[in-house]
Ligand binder design. Sequence first.
Ligand code: SF4
Length: 766
Amino acid sequence: MRDVGEPDESELSVTAPKTWATGAPAVVHALQYALGQTSPKRTALTLLNINQTKGFDCPGCAWPEPGPGHRHRNEYCENGAKHIGDEATSRRVTADFFRQYSVDELSRKSDYWLNQQGRLTEPMVLREGATHYEPIGWDEALDLLAGELRALDHPDEALFYTSGRLANEPAFLLQLFVRAFGTNNLPDCSNMCHESSGSALNETLGIGKGSVSLDDLYDCDLVFVVGQNPGTNHPRMLSALEETKRRGGHVVAVNPLPEAGLLRFKHPQKARGIIGRGTDIADQFLQIRPGGDLALFQALNLLLLEAEDKEPGTVLDRDFIEAHSTGYDAFAEHIRATSWDAVLEATGLSRDEIERVHERVLASRSVIVCWAMGLTQHKHGVPTIREVVNFLLLRGNIGRPGAGVCPVRGHSNVQGDRTMGIWERMPQPFLDRLGREFGFTAPARHGLDSVDSVRAMLDGRAKLFVGVAGNFVRASPDSDATERALRNCRLTAHISTKLNRSHAVCGGTALILPTLGRSDRDVQAGGEQFMTVEDSMSEVHATRGRLAPASAHLLSEVSIISRLARKVLGSGPDIPWADFEADYDLVRDRISRVVEGFADFNERVRRPGGFRLPNPVNERVFRTPAGKAVFTVNDFTMLQAPPGHLVLQTLRSHDQWNTIPYAMDDRYRGIKGGRRVVLVNGTDLAELGLDDGSLVDLVSVWTDGSERRADAFRVVAYPTPRGSAAAYYPETNVLVPLDSVADISNTPTSKSVIIRLERAADRAPV
Ligand code: SF4
């Protein structure tokens, strides 16, 4: 079954982008992928259990499920079916595989090929100076890792990276172990995606999470979907937006690309979705320039202030502003100086388009703004989200039904991991409660985030990297620097379900520690266990694996972390690691005493559908220093591409999950059989003297005069906004230097990269 060839980019073909998403083709593609990975019986078992109250949580995005009484028998999307098919694959990576391929050979394989090899089956070690991984027993592997950790001069020389696949219980234990060990070095994938959201929301509303529920979304009069492509990245969001519209609400979509899922949705489980026209999603689509969103919301705020001037007391929610906010006067003074010329240049929109949105806002009692990476991964990502909050505060669209903020998370438990303490800057009250509960003093000094972790590995401050889930090498910006950083480590270790490039970019010694997936049954000394996750809307619920594990040699993440902690901490704090490993209820008991909102965790999470964490914002309680919501003053700087240059945004294809392509296609955008493509507006192409189909190198240019190159991309004429381009990550991560980050949040600026296109034929010979 291993006969998976490397993709051949010469087979690339391009057709017109689709104007609707999902429908029958989504069902066909999902089943094709799942059945290509495993048997019909195993496929049926996974699909019957995914997102069901007694089944397992989809390991894909963090979109919530409807309540138990309202859940569909097939409560998953095309991509959810692919994710679970990918995990439940019958393909296996065994010791023979590692005997066959050296690490050097693996490092030259594509992300696609590596993933297609299947599930990891036993612990492996790459010993100092060796060319191949070899099998190692669990005890020896964990002794090796523990010995290296204990040999460090200081705990801050170790890094513990987490991706959003980790469920709540192992996440809680991981941060407990890491802090008991003595460091806050807990970088995570959130550093590279929604960190800007957390920074802006913490500052303005006092909590770094979204405030809305699915019911709010259904009952909202006007939903903004900004910098987001739900058709690919959170497909079931389209069902929710369809329901919003069915109840009379409206949708404004703001995005550089006219994505199929923003335009029309054909519900695959409804007759009207299969044979009918489907539902128009966006009532108004604003094709904005990358990074123009801050200017757009400032213009909308200006229009609201001017409307209030004309008819005082009818537009703004004065009672809310006076009772619950601070900073309004400085904000209003700043907004009144907004220049329309600058707004129109930054957004690429017409004044008429913006004024039509304004009319919709005036006609709407309740408004929600949803967003994703299109807002966060810019230098001004944090100010942009602060301006979104200003916009909502003006009409009291915070803390009442049908209104609020909705940052949509891209990985299933990335929000839960933060709640559990996976953050390099966890607030002191959390650290104090953790220390009191377990009898030690958690370190107070902040740890390193993802970008700073790369720097620390490069300059030798960090010597040991442990990746718990995820694919750090491919998720990080500046691929060359990240690979050098990992190779500079004394030891790298990865707790993983499947092979990825991070396993082939090794420190002096490297470990692969294979673990259970979401769909695998987890049986410990205390019997069969379940875990819990938190979705984008703060709903916490159980997830129970139902399949026989991929190998008898796998350990759960809870087991690996607990066993490692015992070996490393020895006679340290009196923490019952063996009991935690045997019975996850005991972990949940401790979570209920340390993490706010988790009282009676074990009892409440056993209710069908679990429970929703309280969000004080919904009671109009704002935990900011002023005790109020905060209006902020935000300046926008227009990203200016020099003549002959374009602003590139990186994005996912439809057949991709985070860093892993499942296929070489991007169905909705009409791309088939290749990923090294750059989408460029046809008029820009003509001005640049390039043809559709030309082969070019992408060269990014930076203010310090440096340049970076990604070779051999096929130009595709595409309806991007004038002056901009789009290409897939992680192939284009190499273009983003480590130092190009968002202000405040340190998130890589992967949505605003200035590039020029150079004909590959003109490339100087190496
Ligand atoms: S919307 Fe997200 S969580 Fe739901 S099935 Fe699809 S990928 Fe999974």
